[in-house]
Design a binder for this molecule. Sequence first.
Ligand code: SAM
Length: 283
Amino acid sequence: MNYSPTKMKELLEKYGFNFKKNFGQNFIIDENVITNIIRKADVDKNTLVLEIGPGAGSLTYKLSEYAKDVVCYEIDKKLQPILEETLTSCANVEVIYQDFLKSNVMDILKKYDYNKLYVVANLPYYITTPIIVKLIEDHIPVEKIVVMVQKEVGNRFKATPGSKEYGSLTVFLDYYFDIKKIIDVSKNVFLPKPNVDSIVVQFTKKEQPLKAKSEKHFFQLVRDSFKQKRKTLRNNLKQYNLNIIENVLKQYGHDLTVRAENISLEEFIRISNALTEENHDSD
Ligand code: SAM
């Protein structure tokens, strides 16, 4: 595959391809960036890679060199003849032309034999969060997720308590993953050039030392706590047992006037566990 911007333009023109903004189409045209992502992700011949949105195949082509197998989901069928050309020599790649958000991934993965499953992708920006949430909610046994995202979205993923980006999504992600930025990417390496810079973020499955006794209860509590971001926990959590919540908050130097944006993952888990224990005690 030839990664020069001119060659990419020629290839797309050959098939009369027009970029679709509503599909978040910004293709990478810099081979160094691609190789850097794959090396940092540590993809090897034991790895099955799931790629969401192969586009014209720039990342897919390189992934095929490093990985055991690559399974891709691409929503835009207009890319099929282009991908057939760029991936013609890549026998270990399967492309499924389907909306990833509506797909049954586990059904496809069943066919594959693998030691490790990674997601490596330059994500369509308009659905970055729904994609990550689907990976969690569908219980896809992914060990590592390495994705290119818009810088500000990436910063929200790894926000810490007290910062303005910290929200229920951060707590949700923090429950499952260690999250870190691994590469800064300039907007100049994409065709067409987006308005904002990107970062590559790595999510590694966490062995959570402290588990929620009921994940369902824990996530509901977190969502309720952030329901009105500017309000205190006393106001957002009226329907819960506030005495129990207050007892846990005290151990962290807080009281019921604290806002959710200042509560850490551990504190949320402890509150949820104290509340669920109380429910069981009174059963
Ligand atoms: N991986 C390519 C690259 O880096 O050059 C393309 C990345 S581009 C940012 C995102 C890709 O995701 C596009 O090819 C777009 O058509 C595809 N896409 C958008 N929404 C999708 C969805 N719901 N399911 C699968 N693919 C989708």
